[in-house]
Design a binder for this molecule. Structure first.
Ligand SMILES: [Zn+2]
Ligand SMILES: [Zn+2]
Length: 186
């Protein structure tokens, strides 16, 4: 099955304007199958997770956008499946990184993928990289929802299946302009 996935969102728990429940409801309205809530440097507590009102059929992934000391406090998205952890170099364009610098950061810090978007805007300068890529809205407010997302092909609707598909590059990057090219073969 194909899943429409949001890997990078913020709520009032950090610098977003929506509550977690409002955020989930709006993403479900836009046809998303899975959403990771990735507030800055904090995950939802168990108590907060228990209080979530999860729209029918939506998979909520645990996440956090970590200010990553070893990379000069750049942002790295952490998304947990049932057993696996995905680590994504977020919005390298914002740090004006070259494609070569993204390559080195992914290799040296053993990250899984990078964001080829910056708050939903596509960044063609990274197209030539063969690393797994993802896209996100980096949603901080309702008008930012549904600017960019990924479609993954999975056998089951689980966090681990989504993470495995991303690691294998079984991902389609889509923005409001339509689908984007897949990475070149290594
Ligand atoms: Zn960030
Ligand atoms: Zn963010």
């Amino acid at each position: 099955m194909l899943l429409k996935v949001a890997l990078h969102t913020h709520t009032v728990r950090s610098d977003g304007t929506l509550t977690p429940n409002e955020l989930l409801r709006r993403y479900a309205e836009h046809g998303f199958d899975a959403v990771a809530i990735t507030d800055h440097d904090q995950e939802l507590t168990e108590e907060e997770r228990d209080r979530l009102i999860i729209p029918d059929g939506l998979l909520v992934l645990r996440g956090c956008e970590v200010s990553y000391r070893q990379l000069g406090w750049q942002h790295v998205g952490y998304i947990w499946g049932e057993t696996q952890l995905l680590r994504v170099l977020n919005h390298p364009q914002r740090y004006n990184m070259t494609a070569e610098e993204v390559h080195r950061a992914l290799r040296d810090h053993r990250l899984d993928a990078f964001e080829i978007t910056n708050q939903g805007s596509y960044c063609p300068r990274y197209e030539a990289l063969s690393w797994p890529r993802v896209a996100s809205d980096d949603c901080h407010a309702p008008e930012m929802i549904n600017r960019a997302w990924i479609i993954v092909e999975v056998g089951e609707r689980t966090g681990d299946a989504i993470i495995t598909a991303i690691r294998c590059g079984e991902v389609e990057v889509v923005t409001q302009d339509g689908p984007k090219p897949r990475p070149p073969a290594e």
